[in-house]
Design a binder for this molecule. Structure first.
Ligand SMILES: NC(=O)c1ccc[n+]([C@@H]2O[C@H](COP(=O)([O-])OP(=O)(O)OC[C@H]3O[C@@H](n4cnc5c(N)ncnc54)[C@H](OP(=O)(O)O)[C@@H]3O)[C@@H](O)[C@H]2O)c1
Length: 254
């Protein structure tokens, strides 16, 4: 697959991985629809860069069902049918159990899970009718266990991975591809808040290159970097008692 003449939706395009993806995709001859709440950043990107792609900025809060529906309708009316949807918008909060706050869970699930579901709810009928289309959802390699301090985030990404996996099977007969993107640590405003050392931290530009290469190859799962993929698999296989013991030691060391 290439991106030439494709209509591509990218959510979470104002920062981090999404911003790097937007910069790289803007060098392709495509129609690039950029979404986020901070639409001024997207408009500034359009106005200050000479791009090969046609850029269409949209303001949309992915956790707002009506807003997603209206944005999708606008996109269809003003630009046309999508070929590829890269659903990248996400939030991540660290929370100490002493400050337990369900508001953070509502936001995390609102964006990381319902943000995916609302977009997919709108996109699926058209993709099924056209018997084509690619949905690429950004999950995380942190989908494998409950890491302390990041419970809501891990749970939301675990839900995202499982949801996308089921969807991949269900949409295959309709010629619609579902791709799961699982990055390890990438240096972005989201991870800049982390107080711990992040192994194999990579730049958003490198992450974007890997993601776009995986999309071109239409890989089912795009996961990187390899050392984090291997270690997350190993951690995932540990019996719970051993995992909890190791996590407790690690937390004490921090
Ligand atoms: N960085 C990592 O190490 C890492 C690792 C694994 C997975 N990921 C995943 O990669 C994706 C991108 O993360 P990032 O690190 O690039 O984070 P980031 O720099 O904080 O960017 C997050 C993006 O999501 C958008 N967003 C957040 N809430 C939104 C909402 N309610 N509605 C619409 N857009 C919203 C933000 O735009 P506005 O604020 O302008 O709306 C921003 O463009 C996320 O799904 C994240 O979970 C990141």
């Amino acid at each position: 697959m290439d991106f030439i003449n494709k209509t591509i939706l990218l959510t979470g395009a104002s920062s981090g991985i999404g911003k790097a993806l937007a910069e790289k995709l803007s060098r392709e001859k495509c129609k690039l629809i950029l979404c986020s709440r901070r639409v001024d950043i997207l408009e500034n990107f359009k106005n200050t860069n000479q791009t090969i792609a046609e850029i269409f900025p949209f303001k949309c809060d992915v956790s707002n069902k009506e807003e997603v529906k209206n944005t999708y309708e606008k996109i269809k009316n003003e630009i046309g049918m999508l070929d590829i949807a890269i659903l990248n918008a996400g939030v991540g909060h660290r929370m100490k159990v002493e400050n337990f706050d369900s508001k953070l869970a509502e936001e995390t699930f609102g964006v990381n899970i319902f943000g995916l579901i609302y977009w997919i709810e709108n996109i699926i009928p058209d993709f099924i009718k056209n018997r084509s289309g690619i949905i690429a959802g950004v999950s995380s390699l942190a989908d494998n266990r409950g890491y302390s301090g990041s419970g809501f985030y891990c749970a939301s990404k675990s839900a995202a991975t499982i949801f996308l996996e089921g969807l991949r099977v269900e949409l295959k007969p309709y010629g619609v591809k579902v791709i799961t993107i699982k990055p390890g640590f990438v240096k972005t405003p989201m991870t800049d808040k982390n107080e711990f050392k992040m192994p194999f931290l990579m730049s958003p530009e490198k992450a974007a290159d890997i993601i776009l290469s995986g999309l071109r190859k239409e890989k089912r799962i795009i996961q990187f970097p390899l050392p984090t993929v291997i270690s997350s698999r190993l951690i995932g296989c540990l019996p719970s008692f051993l995992y909890e013991f190791m996590m407790t030691l690690y937390d004490k060391k921090k």
